[in-house]
Structure formats: structure tokens, C-alpha cells
Design a protein around this ligand. Structure first.
Ligand SMILES: *Cc1c(COP(=O)(O)O)cnc(C)c1O
Length: 228
């Protein structure tokens, strides 16, 4: 079996096992391949193996790759910091933007998404551990941003995304995921029709799934080490 297929099957079986372990249906968890820094040829190869959802974190790098992969029916997610001067490109070329934490970006994406395109799917990024250097909304600001997002045309608010604090302590990691899920459940209870809790990466996808993730974002363990 080739190396890529091996990685893909390994990640898929980890997801399946974590779902089983937590009594969840496998269909509740989507696999997003984070292809940042990898060349388009690698993305094309994984698409050939059945992986059709990819995420990028730098607009300029992403746009070049999207262009050379235009012939493939890939669902593209943007997961990196959003600069205001890149919103037009993101609105034009991406299916999802998961990393929204500013009103200005929200407004621009809504205004710039084409009328004849499907609404842009969005997630609010939450700085769940309130780390000083990290992007994302303070958890206390999420409800207000959700209200703004839901009121805008051309956007479809799907849920929340977070990159929790880096730790090898499973208790600490689980607690971050749990708090994000609670925020998500509060919004759903308030009536927002959310279906996406984007959390879990290579090192912690099992924990994230046990705590309710509906989308894991996997780079290294799926596509291999990133080129320098
Ligand atoms: C790079 C990245 C990932 C994937 O990280 P791995 O540890 O390589 O799986 C997930 N989410 C975001 C937002 C990223 O930037």
C-alpha cells in the first residue's frame, strides 16, 4: 500500500475508533485535510484517494494552489488569520472561512461574496484559553459576534473553531475542548442552527471527538511532515 493511502486510512481509522469509543456515529465527524505548505501535486494525489476537503492558512499561497487545482471538485476551507485586504479573494474562491474574529472581516466577506454564489460558510474562531498571543474571539464576545454574523446576507454561520493551548496534559486539553463545546451548545440552545464544531488536530483528534468535535483538521498525520 502506498504511503499516502496508509496515512489516510490510519487517520480514518483513528476517527472511526474515537467515534466508537464515545458512542458517536462516524458520519458526525468530517475530516478536513490541512494542506498548508504542501504543493498542489500532493493535494491532487490525496484527492485521487478520496479526500476532497482541504484547508489552507495563508491567502497568497492558497490562491496559487487553488488556481492550479481548479479542475478538481475540492471544498476549500480557510483556517488562517484573515487580513482585511484579502477578504475579496477569500469570498471569491473559498467555500468556508473558519477563522473569523473581527466585525470588519465579517462585514467585508458578506459584502464581497457574489450574489450568484452559494452563501459563504463561516465559523467564528474562539481564543478558548484566552492566550495573549493567539487570534480568536474572547469567549465572552462570541454571542455578540454570532448575532452579527447571523444578521448578514451571503454568509452562513455554521459554528465555532478553536486552536486550544498547546499541552501534553490530556486533562487540560480535554477541558479546553469541553468549554468550546459548551459555548457551541449555548448558541444552539439560543436558536442558531449550527452544525460545526471544528476542533482537534493530529495530536489530539481522539480527545476532540470524545468532546463533541464534528470536524477535525489534520495536517501532519494525514499529509506527512510539512516541507520547510
Ligand atoms: C496547521 C493547522 C492544523 C493542522 O495541524 P497538524 O498538527 O499538522 O495536524 C489545524 N488547524 C489549523 C488552524 C492549522 O493552522
Amino acid at each position: 500500500m502506498n504511503e499516502r493511502l496508509k496515512r489516510l486510512e490510519n487517520v480514518r481509522s483513528r476517527i472511526e475508533f474515537a467515534c466508537k469509543n464515545s458512542g458517536r456515529d462516524r458520519s458526525e465527524v468530517r475530516l478536513l485535510a490541512i494542506s498548508k505548505k504542501h504543493p498542489p501535486e500532493l493535494i491532487r494525489a490525496y484527492f485521487g484517494l478520496g479526500q476532497a476537503t482541504f484547508g489552507e492558512n495563508k491567502a497568497q499561497e492558497a490562491l496559487r494552489k487553488l488556481e492550479s487545482l481548479r479542475d478538481l471538485a475540492i471544498e476549500w476551507h480557510f483556517v488562517g488569520p484573515v487580513q482585511s485586504n484579502k477578504t475579496r479573494d477569500l469570498a471569491a474562491h473559498f467555500d468556508w472561512v473558519q477563522s473569523i474574529d473581527r466585525v470588519k472581516v465579517l462585514n467585508r466577506l458578506s459584502a464581497q461574496r457574489a450574489e450568484d454564489a452559494a452563501p459563504l460558510n463561516i465559523c467564528l474562531q474562539v481564543n478558548i484559553d484566552r492566550e495573549a498571543q493567539k487570534s480568536g474571539l474572547d469567549p465572552d464576545m462570541v454571542a455578540e459576534m454570532a448575532e452579527r454574523a447571523a444578521a448578514l446576507p451571503r454568509l452562513r454561520l455554521r459554528g465555532l473553531m478553536a486552536i486550544p493551548r498547546l499541552t501534553t496534559d490530556q486533562v487540560v486539553a480535554r477541558d479546553s475542548f469541553r468549554r468550546l463545546r459548551e459555548l457551541y451548545e449555548e448558541l444552539r440552545a439560543a436558536g442558531y442552527p449550527l452544525d460545526t464544531l471544528s476542533m482537534g488536530m493530529s495530536a489530539d483528534l481522539e480527545l476532540a471527538i470524545e468532546e463533541g468535535s464534528t470536524m477535525v483538521r489534520i495536517g501532519t498525520d494525514l499529509l506527512g511532515p510539512r516541507p520547510a
